[in-house]
Design a protein around this ligand. Structure first.
Ligand SMILES: O=C(O)CCC(=O)C(=O)O
Ligand SMILES: [Fe+2]
Length: 205
């Protein structure tokens, strides 16, 4: 039987991960820009005033089979903390659900190579709630293990995130205060997963 120390991080594994992250980062940057373009913001403003997303965190989630899926979740309900998540879901073993107006709806990948894109908390703050971060959770499967690869794209720790001034006026007062991303992140880590997009409470006015 193979032991844990038989699994080294080989050069080929390192390269695969690096190539994957490079490609997914290009996609994330394109989508991130399109989010703000869709709100009518000019490219010049986006390039100078919207915080950059240079920070990538990649996580491989492994959900072992569970003898009684009704008793537990694979991952409790939460919204992602950063700006945007590019998720490579397991197209064979389903389980991801989003909360759509109070109803849990399964996310069905259109094919084996399709990504799921989650808008995360910092985009909700920047757009002053025009785009909302999505609450999601993962069910367990009775027979098969599930795997997913999540890449989270966000600002630097020292970046202050606040609703973009251009989206604020008399009819649209700020719904969120300015927070240092480091503090937001620390609050997320110490409060663990929270339902109802509860991590946003940290910045909500
Ligand atoms: O496994 C999944 O499909 C979702 C994972 C997830 O929500 C996360 O890593 O934040
Ligand atoms: Fe998530």
């Amino acid at each position: 039987m193979r032991q844990w120390h038989d699994f080294s991080i080989s050069d080929s594994f390192r390269k695969e991960v690096q190539d994957y992250i490079n490609e997914v980062e290009k996609l994330a940057r394109t989508l991130y820009k399109m989010i703000f373009q869709s709100l009518g913001l000019e490219n010049k403003y986006i390039n100078t005033d919207v915080p950059d997303i240079p920070r990538t965190l990649m996580g491989i989630n492994y959900y072992p089979p569970c003898p009684n899926p009704s008793l537990t979740l694979g991952l409790g309900s939460h919204s992602d903390v950063s700006c945007l998540t590019v998720l490579h879901p397991d197209s064979e073993v389903l389980g991801l659900e989003i909360n759509h107006k109070g109803t849990w709806v399964p996310v069905l990948p259109v094919d084996a190579s399709a990504f799921v894109i989650n808008l995360a908390d910092q985009v909700e703050i920047l757009t002053n709630g025009k785009y909302r971060s999505i609450e999601h959770r993962v069910l367990t499967n009775g027979e098969k293990a599930r795997m997913s690869i999540a890449c989270f794209f966000g600002p630097l720790e020292e970046t202050v995130v606040a609703p973009l001034p251009v989206l604020i006026d008399g009819n649209n007062p700020p719904k969120y205060r300015a927070t240092l991303f480091k503090d937001y992140n620390r609050n997320f880590a110490s409060s663990r997963l929270q339902p109802n997009r509860g991590t946003l409470d940290f910045a909500r006015i």
